[in-house]
Design a binder for this molecule. Sequence first.
Ligand code: SF4
Length: 328
Amino acid sequence: MDLVLRSENLKAGYVLQSPNGWRTVPAVNGINLNVPGDEIYGIAGESGSGKSTLLKALFVTAVEPPLRIFGGKVYYYPWGQEVNIFALPESEKKRLAWQYISYIPQGSMSIFNPIRRIKATFLDFFRSHVEGREDELLKMTREHIRTLGLGPEVLDAYPHQLSGGMRQRLAIALATLLKPKVILADEPTTALDVVAQKAVIQLLKEIQKESHNTVVLVTHDMGVHANITTRMAIMYAGRIVEEGPTQDIFKEPLHPYTKYLIDSLPRIGDKQVREGVPGNPPSFLNLPAGCAFHPRCPYALELCKKETPSLVSVGAERKVACWLRSGR
Ligand code: SF4
């Protein structure tokens, strides 16, 4: 398969000052990703699993203190060749950002300046990447939002005059203005009501279908993954514990953690109380030895408490990190 993004043993986290000196919080612990082109690739997991940190580490210009890259490589495929973004000079990183890789951060509906009309933000963004007269840039902006099903009148509004759902759709419009090949979207449906969530999901689907680009979608909402992603990775304690085609994962989850996430989803007509994952996610400052899921896992073996299972292939398209599946 043709890849648009690949990471090799990516490690990232936060370096924070505490009364006892500097502390390192490892939130991404050796991620190997292979994301194919022309699809929506999901990254799932509870809050605190490291998925948002992973997305920031993958974006060329989102790594700012206290976030640090501790090791590994991230490759993209612009200009017909594989490029390790950590080896690029700043000028090349800036060239890649937004034009080849775009990023929709968490809470992006709040990115618009409350005292300026929406079109001012679009114009500023356009001008920082493209040369052109204001009327030309505005025409292109109108055309872009029209293709996304948004009327031109929203450009004359102030952010407070629009709903959260509309602001989120405009944030997505802004991030896709320069037609990027890869879009990294962090929890784009969080904090929206059900109707607005549906509109945002539909918008992402349409953008991907029209442009044949790749959306890497981070969300804790397994219902969204089931609805929109083609392949997905499940993260726990900064590692990928399962990966494969979304349909296959929902049909037959291989990792006990994935099974809990899927089983906790409500189903139409089913009045049974759904169980969540027992216990709480571990702190990155004090990760359990061995498989980090073992204190919450009903199948834990002695081996699980001592040694960390690697992510290994199970069949042609699935991968899992669990001693029950991989043996020794
Ligand atoms: Fe459970 Fe062991 Fe598998 Fe971890 S490796 S998920 S503790 S059975």
